[in-house]
Design a protein around this ligand. Structure first.
Ligand code: ATP
Length: 285
């Protein structure tokens, strides 16, 4: 097998197991992106063209970037990511050149995935765009998409929360002609996401409470974490909100621990395991 050092270092480490729920979206993106990248011979055999572009549509924080990274990882594809607003502002005046560079980089490292987050900001409807520069960026993106060879082993994944704001020319056949909708997580999905984000977190369990004798317990009765209850209480939370909630709960617990035990900690030595075992997250603070 050929060595691809650049690809190795650039590969996102997200796997399907890191993504809660979104079963339909995962299945679609595997079929539209992973399968053609891994087995172009299947599509050649059938005489069909896999998509050059796929649009992920959904509110911020619902896992669009995660899906793009996971599919790149699982397909062993080179991953290059563009942030729409950033390429317009940071590279103002050079955005088209930057886009060309990114497409070249992807082609050189194919199989590759180009991820464009907030694509509506670089490809808004041209009739609504007043600036010449912005118009040229949309035109450049269209040209680059058209220039991608069929079965060229480069797929562009765009993400947006405002599909209606995207230039319709971009959604024509041969460009972003496939769409995957991602909604807000329901209770079952939130529970799935909570389970993923608490995988490595030492949560207070009923066992911790019942096994604990004396005053020095990491958790007391009532501190036990019930993920179902939290899933129920977090209506309206996105996956990103849930990830932030878990992180905040862990940080709150850490602060409390430091307040109580700060003096007992020797900054020059690792914290002893029995002391670490006293830190249990309650998710209630
Ligand atoms: P944006 O439009 O703001 O870029 P996005 O839809 O691309 O948002 P992500 O960047 O994929 O959202 O998600 C942000 C973070 O939220 C992830 O890194 C992850 O921690 C968490 N997250 C979101 N959705 C999920 C999910 N379905 N399963 C697990 N974690 C999730």
């Amino acid at each position: 097998m050929q060595d691809k050092p650049v690809q190795e270092t650039n590969l996102p480490r997200v796997t399907w197991e890191d993504i809660g729920d979104l079963e339909e979206a995962k299945q679609k993106i595997r079929e539209l992106v992973e399968l053609p990248l891994k087995h172009p011979e299947l599509f050649r055999h059938l005489g069909i063209e896999p998509p050059k572009g796929v649009l992920l549509i959904g509110p911020p924080g619902t896992g669009k970037t995660l899906l793009a990274k996971a599919v790149a990882n699982e397909a062993d594809a080179y991953f290059v990511s563009i942030n729409g607003p950033e390429i317009v502002s940071k590279y103002y005046g050079e955005s088209e050149a930057r886009l060309r560079e990114i497409f070249d980089e992807a082609k050189r490292n194919a199989p590759a995935i180009i991820f464009i987050d907030e694509i509506d900001s670089i490809a808004p409807k041209r009739e609504e765009v007043t600036g010449e520069v912005e118009k040229r960026i949309v035109a450049q993106l269209l040209t680059l998409m058209d220039g991608l060879q069929e079965r060229g082993q480069v797929v562009v994944i765009g993400a947006t929360n405002r599909p209606d704001a995207v230039d319709p020319a971009l959604r024509r056949p041969g460009r972003f002609d496939r769409e995957i909708n991602i909604g807000m997580p329901d209770k079952r999905a939130r529970l799935d996401i909570l389970s993923i984000h608490t995988r490595g977190v030492p949560l207070c369990t009923p066992d911790d409470v019942s096994n604990c004798k004396g005053d020095n317990c990491p958790c007391k009765r009532g501190d036990e974490v019930d993920l179902e209850k939290i899933a129920d209480m977090t209506h309206g939370y996105t996956g990103a909100d849930i990830a932030a909630l878990v992180k905040e709960a862990a940080m709150t617990r850490l602060r409390k621990f430091l307040n109580q035990n700060g003096k007992a900690i020797d900054l020059d030595r690792p914290i002893p395991t029995d002391m670490l075992n006293m830190i249990k997250v309650t998710m209630q603070d």
